[in-house]
Design a protein around this ligand. Sequence first.
Ligand code: PDD
Length: 285
Amino acid sequence: MRIAYLNGEFLPLEQARISPLDRGFLFGDGIYEVIPSYDGQFVGFAPHIARLNQGLHAIGIELNFSDEQWREICAQLCEQNGQGNLGIYIQVSRGADTSRGHAFPQGIRPTVFVFTFDIAAAPIADKQKVKGFKVISQQDLRWQRCHIKSTSLLGNVLHYQTGKDAQVDETILFNDKQELTEASSCNLFIVKDGVVITPPLDHQKLPGISRMLLLHALSYDASIKVEERAVTLQEAREADEIWLTSSSKEVAPVVELDGQPVGTGSVGDMWLKAQTLFSQHKFEL
Ligand code: PDD
């Protein structure tokens, strides 16, 4: 039986209930996080909670949970759900009012929901075992506030589904300048002539924690040159390697873009270095 946390209470997931007037349900008016936990060891806990707080602040939800309170809730949930490899999903919505109206209601309490789900074992740096991802590209049709980890994910869902319908694993997105933003549920890196390049953070992309952890990990190897700058779709087509980063995937190698091989069409050597460093340093921040 899965145990969840809802508004101060630990209870079986199937007994957790919220109002249909919850603004998370009616408007997607909320913020979420997904934090991996491997046998009770959280990956990037502090930066995940910092991003959650930034998101809440950005949309004007007041919730004064301390980092310690969050840690306690997540630790208890992992414990009650048998540890192992778990994804911790946190969602805070603005709460439920007595009717539906766009304006922020006064005096309602945010809804805080946390549950865990099973995830695969942590990825390992092994070229033979890793899955090579296939992706397509599509113009980014989401909104102008993609830096906020909002539960309003319809834009992302539609982009992801386009990839799924095309029988690939992800959809990478480019803006009207033909510059890559991110993928529908991951951040993006390319490698060209030994240089690792990732688009700089702005309102067009989520400040991914795995992206941050990877940049941190790569800094341990002074021989790896890293650039944060705009990357065009054409550069991606000509790249030696493309990687996706996210909490569940860590660093995932892309072997095919729009039906064409990326680089040699097999998993690259820089990926191996990158995932190796990621695995070594991912618990440090
Ligand atoms: N997705 N960009 C988007 C649009 C994302 O949805 C995600 C994560 C990322 C990577 O962020 P991070 O490294 O912090 O996981 C980038 C999560 C896991 C999800 O929605 O399930």
